[in-house]
Structures are given as structure tokens and as C-alpha cells.
Ligand binder design. Structure first.
Ligand code: FMN
Length: 171
């Protein structure tokens, strides 16, 4: 898969085959996520790999009953480790940790696509419920619940904006 296919061919996939995703593929996704840039190279992010039916059900409920979180064979919760970044960057560390986790999530999504898997970044969830379910300590923030599995749908690309609408040149 070339760069354009990886970047422009990726879609949010929300329907999955009931087929297991091999452990080494999950490991590859985390490895790819960790290829993302990181403020000060502190890697202020953590990954929680959820494969249990009951915990996926709880995560789906916490995500306002988004079915794909429960139906996916795997859900990977990407978290920002604020203390890890704040130790060096103070208040700015919370923003950096969220950016670290977001950049990692994007790399994870691209890697999933490159492996032929489908995935969806789920950002709509009740923070407190996810935190409680996963037993996250106070300054570890869930940033994305990524459902992952073998795709059972081929979504079409959403409309994109024109360059003029979203960017401006400054001299
Ligand atoms: C920060 C963020 C939060 C998102 N939250 C959700 C979500 O809660 N549920 C969902 O189904 N998709 C969610 N998405 C996926 C978007 O709906 C999707 O990326 C967008 O519609 C564009 O489609 P594409 O990913 O196929 O290009 C989220 C994406 C981002 C970046």
C-alpha cells in the first residue's frame, strides 16, 4: 500500500466481522501508534487493550451506546498520561499529553488500515464512566476508544472542503 492509499483510503469502519484479530496484529498497531511524534519525546500516552465481552459492553454504554464499540473484537483505549508530560512542561503538559495521545491514535488508525483491518476513533464517551470502568488513575485521561476488527463494510469517503475554505496564506 502506498502513502496515498494509506492516507486517503482509510475510513472509519463501524461494522466488523466476528473474526478474531491476532495478538501480533494488535502489537503491531501499538508499535505503529508509538511511531507518532511526542512532545519532548516523553511519550505521555498509554494503551488499554480491551478484548473481554463484558468490558466492551461497558465501554459501549459509556460511549452513549455506540454499538461498534461492543461489536468490535477489540477496543483500544488511548489515554493521555498528563503527569508524565507535566513533570517537564507544567500546565502545558496536559495539552501535550492529549496531543501525544491523539497523534498516536491517528498512527494506529493508519496502521489498522494498512493491515486490512477496520477501525473507528470514538471520542464521544462519558469520561467518568470510562475512567471508572478501566480503573484509570486521576491524571490518565481517556482520549479515544478505538474499535478495531476485520471490516464488514466499505464506507465511502465523506465530502472534503476546498483549500480556500479551510486555509489561508500569510506572507
Ligand atoms: C476526535 C474524534 C472523535 C470522534 N468520535 C466519534 C464517535 O464518537 N463515534 C463515531 O462513530 N465516530 C467518531 N469519529 C469518527 C468521525 O466520525 C470520522 O472520522 C469522520 O466522520 C470522517 O470519516 P473518516 O474517518 O471515514 O474519514 C471521531 C473522530 C475524531 C477525530
Amino acid at each position: 500500500m502506498n502513502f496515498d492509499e494509506a492516507l486517503f483510503g482509510r475510513r472509519s469502519v463501524r461494522r466488523y466481522e466476528q473474526r478474531r484479530v491476532a495478538g501480533d496484529m494488535i502489537a503491531r498497531l501499538i508499535e505503529a501508534a508509538e511511531a507518532a511524534p511526542s512532545a519532548g519525546n516523553l511519550r505521555a500516552r498509554k494503551y488499554i487493550i480491551v478484548v473481554g465481552t463484558e468490558m466492551k459492553r461497558v465501554l459501549a454504554l459509556a460511549s452513549f451506546s455506540q454499538e461498534h464499540v461492543k461489536a468490535a473484537p477489540v477496543a483500544i483505549v488511548v489515554c493521555a498520561d498528563v503527569d508524565r508530560s507535566s513533570a517537564m512542561y507544567g500546565d502545558r503538559g496536559s495539552l501535550y499529553a492529549i496531543q501525544d495521545a491523539s497523534a498516536a491514535t491517528m498512527c494506529l488508525l493508519l496502521a489498522a488500515h494498512a493491515l486490512g483491518l477496520g477501525a473507528c476513533w470514538t471520542g464521544a464517551f462519558d469520561d467518568a464512566l470510562v475512567r471508572e470502568a478501566l480503573g484509570l488513575v486521576e491524571r490518565v485521561l481517556p482520549v479515544a476508544v478505538v474499535s478495531v476488527g476485520w471490516p464488514a463494510e466499505t464506507p465511502s469517503a465523506p465530502p472534503r472542503r476546498d483549500l480556500e475554505e479551510m486555509a489561508r496564506w500569510v506572507k
